[in-house]
Unconditional design. Structure first.
Length: 481
């Protein structure tokens, strides 16, 4: 979708034709308050990321000499760069600035424009930061907190009683993925119904039917393997949605028409104006709340993916995390670790817990990036403090490895223990119990750990060593967690 923006002749332009990394509106606010140093810094950062309105605004600031020395040469060059994308407004500005240049100055302006183009033109930006679109699927996953991605499926059986009653619903499962990509130890962690015409007591029956059908279906599915063994030890999540067949209908419906319409009405104009948060949320509404048949699904998928990309470049940390994940796994683009790490870092620096967690994993494992254990722990804490459940478990384990003096802090990051087969939570409580002298409990928890690790072919030696130590009422020399 191409956006149009008002232009004030020889004044700053509003809007955002291409998304930009920082907050364009904050730069405009700074400019309006005559905080030209702040405005220049923000516009420059956005301009270098290919944002045409910011490039035009830099041109105006150079023409006026705001925070910078007045320079018609720089003004013309930045306007020329903006004209690569903005073929309506930027050329007019460029023509105005050209009247201020003699032949020698114009030569310098063209040389500077060529230099800017080589660094910040669309081809350069795409090469250094944006994904190269490719007709391919991701070949791995990078986060067990995201829905698992199936590569071989079989449609679940729609419960007959639910279909006859016109009931729709969903069931969400968590499970481990074995070395063949098959789900193991699947459990339902959430289920629900969306339409119910009978008495309320029937809701429990229909939820149970959706749960049983989901568990039966996924046991024979095959999922993408996590990018490395450490990630495979995390429980994956996947939700099955039960909707009455829309077939090949071209119609678009909504799960909750009234609420969805209100969201679309609110978010669409903001997204079209370049608001990254609105772009992400609009894409999410399209992906999760609209129902359509096959005729329109591809169209909606393409539009939502475009919005997700725009939200990332326009500063939304959730979109940046999604973009990083695509680049790291090759999901409909060429895999590119350096680009993925760039977007992951930008997102983590904004406090995004998912990005901080994934960045911590990459820095801890090393391989395709330099291993940096100290930085990994730093980002792990950022993610834990941001509420990332897996990060909280891992950070608690890291603290417990350092000794009993950190037990109280570690406990503050752990959820209450419940019946679970989450291997990280079991390991944490085993270690915590042992540090407080509760070796019988430590043995019980660690036996479950070893059992799960054996079944799913996770790393065993350090875990068996810890179990042997607990049985002797001693702490292992290394927790191996």
């Amino acid at each position: 979708m191409r956006l149009r923006h008002p232009v004030f002749f020889f004044g700053l332009v509003l809007g955002c034709a291409t998304p930009a990394l920082a907050d364009f509106s904050s730069a405009m606010t700074a400019y309006e308050q005559k905080q030209f140093d702040v405005a220049y810094a923000e516009f420059r950062r956005l301009a270098e990321l290919g944002d045409a309105p910011s490039q035009r605004n830099l041109a105006v600031m150079y023409a006026r000499g705001e925070h910078v020395d007045k320079s018609p040469v720089d003004a013309w060059a930045w306007a020329d760069l903006a004209a690569e994308q903005d073929t309506e407004h930027a050329p007019k500005l460029r023509d105005v600035f050209a009247t201020k240049l003699d032949e020698a100055s114009m030569k310098r302006a063209r040389e500077l424009a060529n230099e800017l183009q080589s660094k910040f033109g669309q081809q350069a930006i795409t090469a250094h930061l944006l994904p190269v679109v490719a007709d391919r699927q991701a070949d791995c996953t990078v986060s067990g907190d995201s829905p698992a991605q199936p590569v071989r499926t079989k449609a679940p059986r729609y419960p007959m009683a639910a279909a006859q009653a016109g009931v729709t619903g969903y069931a969400c499962l968590n499970f481990y993925i074995d070395v063949k990509g098959r789900p193991q130890r699947a459990r339902v962690y959430e289920s629900g119904i969306r339409e119910l015409t009978k008495r309320d007591s029937d809701s429990r029956l229909f939820r149970s039917l959706f749960e049983k059908s989901s568990l039966a279906a996924v046991k024979d599915w095959e999922f993408l393997l996590p990018a490395n063994e450490q990630l495979r030890e995390m429980q994956a999540r996947y939700c099955l949605d039960y909707r009455l067949d829309e077939g090949n209908s071209g119609a678009i419906a909504a799960i909750d028409p009234k609420k969805t319409k209100a969201k679309l009405t609110e978010l669409t104009p903001l997204a079209e104006a370049g608001d990254g948060k609105a772009q992400y949320e609009l894409a999410n509404v399209i992906k999760t709340e609209l129902i359509t048949g096959q005729k329109r699904q591809k169209e909606l998928d393409q539009y939502s993916e475009k919005l997700f990309l725009q939200s990332a470049i326009n500063g939304d940390s959730r979109g940046q995390y999604k973009l990083a994940s695509k680049l790291l796994t090759g999901d409909r683009c060429e895999k590119d670790t350096s680009k993925g790490i760039f977007w992951l870092t930008v997102s983590a620096q904004q406090g995004n817990a998912d990005s901080a967690w994934l960045l911590a994993q990459k820095l801890d494992i090393g391989g395709d990036v330099a291993q940096q254990k100290e930085k990994s722990l730093k980002w792990l804490k950022v993610a834990a403090d941001g509420g990332h459940k897996r990060a909280q478990l891992q950070y608690a384990l890291a603290l417990l490895e350092q000794g009993s003096e950190n037990a109280a802090e570690a406990r503050s990051y752990l959820p209450p223990f419940t019946d679970t087969d989450d291997i990280a939570l079991l390991e944490a409580y085993a270690r915590l119990s042992a540090l407080s002298g509760g070796f019988d409990s430590a043995v019980k928890y660690q036996e479950q750990v070893v059992s799960i690790a054996t079944e799913l072919e996770f790393a065993l030696p350090a875990r068996e060593q810890a179990l042997a130590a607990y049985r002797k009422k001693a702490l292992p020399s290394t927790a191996g967690l």
